[in-house]
Design a protein. Structure first.
Length: 452
């Protein structure tokens, strides 16, 4: 791994908040966030912090099975993509949740009973599937919901989930808009804000000596947030963004957008999208700004072993792509997901989905209740530095039952939360394609996640 190059670029960028380190940091307490309404910022943060403090007190009382607890068992639903423009992310995420539930129940379950897990489709923002799934989950008495994968989808259902007192934890939402979204302390995520991924892409471009880069992103909370994060960091480092384009993912053609990119004569193009990236890339190749002509950067929403396999042989060679991973090597874990779902081709966010389920289960056990607010209150108590380290549900459960405070580290590494309910630190991997259907990690950086 070329960690030294990333460290160098962070210095060039002058992003103090990156605080690059070889391993994750620790955090303090709780809160959450999420959504496209960039209208909420300082006020939601204060409200989140206050909600967290109050919730912590409430959780202590609930730890001994308070009469106010509506859910004496843990019921968890999922809103993950079985269909829609992020459907390739669904299989590893469903497998991660299923693996976690299997291990939890094998160790004795939560609150003395097996966890009930209800799968559900999120669709995408062009459908009402996520809302229908949430309605179904709420009618079945869930205390927590895992998902959605898409930030845009989460923004369509977060109010419905949190206003009903249910915890929402996403394994894959990365929009910076979610950090300060007012959520009553009930929205959390395992994936880092794209304030970090954007800085890492910019750092890599600077290290590569690139000075003129175009960026094109889907017009939604995810695309807009990551585009802004990249462009700000790259220009702050002295680079020039030759084109800064947002596109309609449902557009019939990307001819005009690609023509504008080409006119700027960039050395590289950052492409921020979902499954429509295949169509966009075909137009880029046609107009002479594809992988054979300029350096292409992909991101977590379009980094795939399956999406480009039908391109002419060798098309994708040399394309780079970033993705949130974990501090730990996930090779063995991903192999274990294949035992859950032998058809898996991509593993993106499978580990984060597993960790999300583990965190919810441990927090419910610590709270003595499966209610959303009780779980939320105990999340920093089971995850942040200050307790005895444990890495499996069985070991953590034994400590909790013995009255010992724990510090759970997931398969992705330390899972400390900041005051907004986001990961305090995270790891971004840089991957390089060697073939249309094959990429491997060539670099990574672990850093504190910048705040908005």
């Amino acid at each position: 791994m070329k960690r030294t190059t990333v460290l160098k670029s962070a210095a060039v960028l002058g992003v103090a908040s990156l605080a690059l380190a070889a391993c994750g940091g620790s955090s303090t307490s709780s809160e959450s966030s999420s959504s496209a309404a960039a209208a909420s910022s300082a006020a939601p943060a204060a409200s989140s912090a206050a909600a967290s403090a109050e919730a912590s007190t409430a959780a202590s009382a609930m730890a001994s099975a308070s009469a106010d607890c509506k859910n004496p068992t843990l019921v968890v639903g999922s809103i993950l993509p079985q269909t829609g423009d992020l459907a390739f992310l669904g299989p590893p995420e469903f497998a991660g949740v299923k693996k976690a539930v299997t291990e939890i129940n094998a160790a004795g379950g939560v609150l003395g009973s097996e966890v009930t897990s209800i799968e559900g489709d999120s669709g995408d923002t062009t459908t009402d599937i996520a809302s229908q799934t949430v309605d179904s989950h709420l009618s079945q008495g869930v205390g927590a919901i895992i998902g959605a994968a898409s930030s845009g989808v989460s923004l369509t259902v977060i109010d419905k989930i949190t206003s009903n007192g249910v915890l929402q934890m996403s394994p894959a939402n990365t929009s910076p808009a979610l950090t300060t979204y007012e959520d009553n302390g009930l929205y959390w995520r395992v994936a880092p804000s794209d304030a970090l991924q954007g800085a890492v892409i910019a750092a890599n471009a600077v290290d590569a000596g690139l000075t003129d880069v175009a960026v094109i992103a889907r017009q939604d909370p995810y695309g807009e947030g990551l585009e802004k994060a990249f462009s700000k960091n790259f220009t702050d480092a002295g680079g020039t963004v030759t084109s800064e384009l947002l596109y309609d993912p449902a557009a019939a053609s990307f001819e005009a957008e690609v023509a504008e990119i080409k006119a700027g004569n960039p050395q590289a193009v950052v492409v921020i999208g979902f499954e429509e990236t295949t169509k966009l890339m075909q137009e880029m190749i046609k107009q002479g700004v594809g992988p054979a002509d300029v350096q292409i950067y992909l991101v977590d929403g379009n980094l795939s072993t399956a999406a480009y396999k039908d391109f002419p042989k060798g098309t994708m060679k040399g394309v780079l792509g970033t993705i949130p991973v974990g501090e730990q090597d996930l090779t063995d874990f991903n192999a274990s997901l294949k035992e859950i779902d032998p058809s898996l081709e991509d593993f993106t966010y499978g580990a984060q989905a597993y960790d999300a389920m583990m965190l919810i289960a441990l927090a419910a056990e610590a709270a003595g209740c499966g209610d959303g607010a009780a779980i939320a209150a105990m999340l920093p108590e089971v995850a942040n530095t200050g307790g005895e380290k444990c890495t499996t549900f069985a070991d953590c459960l034994a400590l909790l039952q013995a009255g010992t405070k724990i510090d759970f580290d997931g398969v992705t590494g330390p899972l400390d939360f900041n005051q907004y309910g986001d990961p305090k630190s995270a790891t971004i991997a840089v991957n390089e394609y060697s073939a249309n259907d094959k990429f491997a990690e060539v670099d990574r950086v672990t850093a504190e996640v910048p705040l908005p």
